[in-house]
Design a binder for this molecule. Structure first.
Ligand code: SF4
Ligand code: SF4
Length: 381
């Protein structure tokens, strides 16, 4: 006999507080499921998730890959006749899932709550300022310059290991948090489920291909531009990771000190990626504000990540332009701000919306192993 359903109204309240305020308006008409182009014929979403959320069925929501198979396109929100905003409700559930899976949960609380906004940026700022104070930069010493007397962030900043080692430490911390979170999520997803495909590496390969081509995003109806914007940001991140790798090789292996000329490959890839990042983020902001009435503006959680990524791009360019123009004080301040935002991006990645790239990828791999691929409505008709 099936177990009786036990509503958890406390959890339903948590979803409401996390951004699912409109949850109670849903009257289960299923329009959202019909319009969602990512919803599979077998166990379609998001109508059933709206019901689970109203009843506060935490386990059913958390062990459900559909929460992450939703790409938050907002089509369902636009067509919901009751204004229940299912896209936003699923976004709120994802936020609670990140807190549940990524340890330590207090960091997720910091990232999700505006009252900690100052604190999350103050930590890296005080860290960098503290390093500079230790080196005597606030005791009136002359700011060092590069080998040829040029303005140089490498000469100005604490020695390279003082910057690189803390960044490597926070990147390692993020990897451990993600590893623990994904392991727990995968165990929950696969509990009692028969994995029909055993070729897990092929499933991972197919998922990465889908992500690189943004196949799922292209199925969105109302907000088609979202795919281009998101794709630009994705490739910008890949380009910036390559840039960082080359710069580390220059510094640690070849012992070549920055700044590098604009014609150097590291600058070319870095600048192109930076431009793609800023344009992609501007498009994301424009899309969100343009479609806010129909599809929802998104929560504080969404906007915090948008702000951090945008600030990483802008402060990076500002620092570069000001260095080329030899505008010292503003240039140094921009560079410190850039480091603070990059630190925040990495350190809080497992607890911010950035975690979507890992948990959604896990859910997509699971969907392939369980052969739970979506069937487009027109194919099924
Ligand atoms: S969320 Fe809206 S469209 Fe979906 S079932 Fe509820 S009322 Fe209908
Ligand atoms: S936001 Fe888009 S992908 Fe998510 S359930 Fe709604 S229509 Fe489907």
């Amino acid at each position: 006999m099936d177990k009786p359903v036990k509503p958890d109204l406390q959890f339903a309240k948590e979803i409401i507080k996390a951004g699912g305020e409109s949850l109670k308006k849903c009257y289960q008409c299923s329009t959202c499921t019909v319009v969602c182009n990512l919803s599979p014929e077998d166990k379609p979403f998001p109508r059933k998730e709206m019901l689970y959320a109203q009843w506060g069925l935490k386990e059913k929501l958390f062990k459900n890959p559909d929460i992450w198979l939703c790409h938050h396109c907002g089509d369902c929100t636009a067509y919901c006749p009751r204004g229940a905003k299912p896209g936003e409700v699923l976004g709120a559930v994802r936020k609670l899932m990140i807190k549940n899976y990524s340890p330590p949960s207090f960091l997720a609380n910091w990232v999700a709550d505006p009252k900690y906004l100052l604190l999350i940026f103050l930590i890296p700022l005080l860290f960098f300022l503290g390093e500079m104070a230790l080196l005597g930069y606030f005791s009136g010493i002359e700011i060092p310059r590069g080998e040829n007397g040029e303005m140089s962030y490498v000469a100005f900043l604490p020695p390279v290991p003082w910057i690189d080692i803390p960044f490597m430490a926070i990147a390692g911390f993020a990897v451990i948090c993600f590893y623990l979170g994904v392991k727990k999520y995968w165990l929950d997803l696969t509990e009692g489920v028969e994995l029909k495909r055993k070729d897990i590496y092929n499933c991972i390969y197919e998922t990465i291909k889908d992500i690189l081509l943004h196949k799922k995003f292209q199925l969105c109806t109302l907000n088609k531009n979202r795919s281009t914007a998101h794709l630009l940001v994705l490739y910008a991140f890949i380009g910036l990771a390559i840039t960082t790798g080359i710069a580390a090789f220059y510094e640690w292996v070849l012992r070549w000190e920055a700044p590098y000329p604009q014609t150097n490959i590291v600058k070319i890839i870095g600048n192109i990626s930076g431009i793609a990042l800023v344009i992609g983020m501007l498009l994301i902001i424009a899309n969100r504000t343009k479609n806010a009435v129909k599809q929802g503006l998104g929560s504080y959680f969404d906007w915090l990540l948008i702000t951090i990524i945008f600030a990483v791009g802008i402060t990076g360019f500002l620092a570069e332009i000001l260095r080329e123009a030899e505008v010292e004080t503003l240039g140094y301040a921009s560079y410190i701000a850039h480091l603070v935002f990059v630190f925040a991006l990495f350190a809080y990645a497992p607890h911010s919306k950035m975690a979507h790239m890992v948990y959604r990828t896990t859910a997509m791999v699971f969907a392939k192993t369980a052969m739970r691929e979506e069937v487009k409505k027109e194919e099924a008709a």
